[in-house]
Design a protein around this ligand. Structure first.
Ligand code: HEC
Length: 134
């Protein structure tokens, strides 16, 4: 009996060791690839290269801003649905302050949540290029 019990617990230990080893292998691979697999998750990369007005900024205005800032009824006199209107707000500084909820401008979107961090970074990259109509 004693011999049998010893042998059983020895093989149980071997199995536990094997399990721990395999688990470590699998989880270490998982962590290696996390950034590659989920580039847009918080803490991951936000790709701000190649941001254009037509590809990124204009669609963001359309889904978050133009409802209150069209030429027909421009809240606060600000138009975000045309390049010229937006460029005016960029140039006078109110656009950047408003979307980043900085002091000196009304926080936008009005009564809404701040845009996601990655979108704000992309808009920032576009402004830093000189806010071109590209
Ligand atoms: C629900 C309506 C609404 C939405 C949506 C909205 N705005 Fe506004 N916005 C206003 C109003 C109203 C004002 C006038 C100031 C005030 O009442 O706060 C304003 C003012 C502004 C100003 C001038 C701020 C200042 O203090 O000089 C800017 C710039 C602006 N909005 C940009 C945006 C941008 C960019 C978005 C989208 C991210 C947006 N707005 C979304 C209603 C809105």
């Amino acid at each position: 009996m004693a011999t049998l019990a010893t042998r059983n617990s020895a093989s149980l230990l071997t199995r536990i060791a094997g399990f721990v080893f395999i688990t470590l292998m699998v989880t270490s691979c998982y962590y290696d690839n996390e950034e590659y697999l989920y580039p847009e998750l918080p803490g991951g990369e936000c790709d701000t290269t190649g941001v254009t007005y037509s590809g990124v900024v204009s669609p963001l205005m359309a889904s978050n801003c133009n409802g209150c800032h069209s030429p027909a009824a421009p809240s606060g006199g600000v138009v975000t649905s045309t390049y010229e209107g937006l460029k005016t707000a960029v140039n006078n500084g109110s656009f950047r302050k408003a979307i980043n909820h900085e002091t000196g401008a009304s926080p936008m979107p009005k009564n809404g949540n701040k845009l996601p961090d990655c979108d704000l970074k992309k808009i920032d990259a576009w402004i830093n290029q000189g806010a071109p109509q590209n």
